[in-house]
Ligand binder design. Structure first.
Ligand SMILES: Nc1ncnc2c1ncn2[C@@H]1O[C@H](COP(=O)(O)OP(=O)(O)OP(=O)(O)O)[C@@H](O)[C@H]1O
Ligand SMILES: [Mg+2]
Length: 279
């Protein structure tokens, strides 16, 4: 039986224009497919175009300065480049949700956990009658102890790891088909990093959703994803099943990345400079 891909991208190109300067191509000729329930890592060094690609999927890049083009950019059968602003608001939350590295980019410091989660629930799941109960269920699913008590907490009253869990709960409570986790653990301590990655792996199994995990770090992907896309200077240089890419990387850039996999836990997973001239 043929199943339609959840994400279907052909020849994605993202350009940034700055006043008085030549436009820079952040992403070029990017094509990929993701089936429903399938998960993928996008790996590559800083500036390779990982976040730009992820943000373009829900038209979250500011356009201008960005220009997004593609011969196909479909999410759950919807032609993302042709949706109205109102349709895009529905897609964000229902089809795709994001978790970023910095809690401050997703959590509003002056609103309680309840207020923030209730807002997206009301927008995307108007059928939910008991909002508090629903929020408590999600806080519990992401491993927040005593969730009823945390309902009225402000973000600053939570630890970094807890803020990350709240962001995941907030992203998941609308039950998106695709969760994008953009370096979700880079800012966290070693043990918390491991806990969050394990949590994502478990939620993926339990909820059957797709995850795109964006990371510098090959060391954390094996348990979460089925396949890997390696990006280098805005292009996909290698793609394949995770075990194959880890065992037998084909592209010299992938080999270089794998040669410097930081330990699970290195607090700032920085890549040593790779000599691009040799690639
Ligand atoms: N809003 C923007 N305006 C101008 N240029 C941008 C903007 N966002 C990204 N870029 C440029 O696009 C390129 C890709 O950036 P992107 O943020 O996608 O990289 P990344 O792979 O996510 O890197 P990192 O690992 O550091 O997060 C970079 O050259 C960056 O400078
Ligand atoms: Mg990024």
């Amino acid at each position: 039986m043929e199943t339609a891909p959840l994400l279907h991208i052909r020849d994605l190109e993202i350009e940034f224009r700055r006043y008085g300067a030549e436009p820079t191509k952040a992403v070029q000729q990017l094509s990929l497919d993701l089936m429903p329930g399938e998960s993928m890592a996008i790996v590559g060094e800083s500036g390779s175009g990982k976040s730009a690609t992820a943000l373009a999927l829900a038209r979250l890049l500011p356009e201008p300065p960005a220009t997004v083009r593609a011969t196909k950019l479909e999410l759950h059968g919807k032609d993302i480049l042709r949706l109205s602003p109102a349709e895009l608001r529905q897609v964000r939350g229902k089809d795709i949700a994001y978790v970023f590295q910095e809690p401050s980019t997703s959590l509003n410091p002056v609103l309680t956990v309840r207020t923030q989660m209730a807002e997206s629930l009301q927008l995307h799941r108007p059928d939910v009658k008991d909002i508090d109960a629903e929020i408590i269920t999600w806080l519990d699913k992401v491993g927040i102890v005593d969730p009823a008590k945390r309902l009225r907490a402000y973000p600053h009253e939570l630890s970094g790891g807890m803020q990350q869990r709240v962001m995941i709960a907030m992203a998941l409570c609308t039950q998106p088909r695709l969760l994008i986790a953009d370096e979700p653990t880079t800012a966290l301590d070693v043990t918390i990093q491991k806990q969050i990655i394990d949590l994502l792996a478990q939620l993926r199994r339990d909820l059957g959703m797709s995850i795109i995990l964006i990371t510098h770090n090959f060391g954390i992907i094996r348990d979460i994803v089925d396949k890997v896309v390696v990006m280098f200077r805005g292009k996909v240089v290698e793609t394949g099943p995770v075990d194959e890419v880890l065992k037998n990387p084909q592209h010299p850039y992938t080999q270089a990345l794998l040669a410097c996999v930081p330990r699970m836990g290195a607090k700032k997973a920085r890549l040593p400079a790779i000599d691009h001239a040799t690639l």
